[in-house]
Design a protein around this ligand. Structure first.
Ligand code: PNS
Length: 162
């Protein structure tokens, strides 16, 4: 029964992430989404809120994930803790490659038994990122084609819009 972890900042989760989760669900029997607690970049939402938004967004879209967790420290240690041999990451464009390659090889060095698996996002989301969503919503734009309603509502609250 292949098990995987799909890690990320998810600040916040977008339709691009959900597209990758749906694709991963077809390959893996048991998928955990891992929300990093201490990302390299500063986040808009707390780890707990980012986790809740992943849970609420997957539920709103009728997507099944085994579990959503938060983790701190090394990703490979988290993968080992939950008995995962695969790390899923989404690729949007060429520009993602260098960063992903560096992370995958670092993780392989740290834990050779864990494999990184890359899934291509749908073309319609290849431009989409959490940063773009935050920028557009922060400036009062409509992000309904980028994120589920539950996420847009939380962004409206956060930016004190309306
Ligand atoms: O959504 P992101 O910000 O691109 O996700 C990055 C993430 C969380 C996968 C990466 O920062 C990570 O794995 N952080 C945990 C720390 C770690 O294991 N670092 C060593 C591998 S580069």
């Amino acid at each position: 029964m292949p098990k995987a972890i799909y890690p990320g900042s998810f600040d916040p989760i977008t339709y691009g992430h959900l597209d990758i989760i749906e694709r991963a669900e077809k390959i893996f029997d048991d998928l955990i989404v891992g929300v990093v607690e201490n990302p390299r970049k500063e986040t808009l939402f707390s780890p707990q809120t980012r986790k809740e938004l992943v849970e609420e967004a997957t539920s709103e879209e009728g997507i099944n994930v085994s579990r959503v967790i938060t983790f701190s420290g090394l990703l490979v240690n988290c993968a080992k803790k939950y008995n995962r041999k695969s790390i899923v990451r989404g690729l949007r464009a060429n520009s993602d490659f260098e960063y992903e390659f560096q992370m995958a090889l670092t993780n392989r060095d740290l834990a050779p038994e864990i494999e990184s698996v890359f899934l291509m996002t749908s073309g319609e989301y290849s431009f989409l990122s959490s940063s773009i969503v935050k920028e557009v919503k922060g400036l009062g734009g409509d992000v309904s084609s980028f994120v589920p309603q539950v996420v847009e509502r939380r962004l409206v609250e956060k930016f004190d819009l309306k």
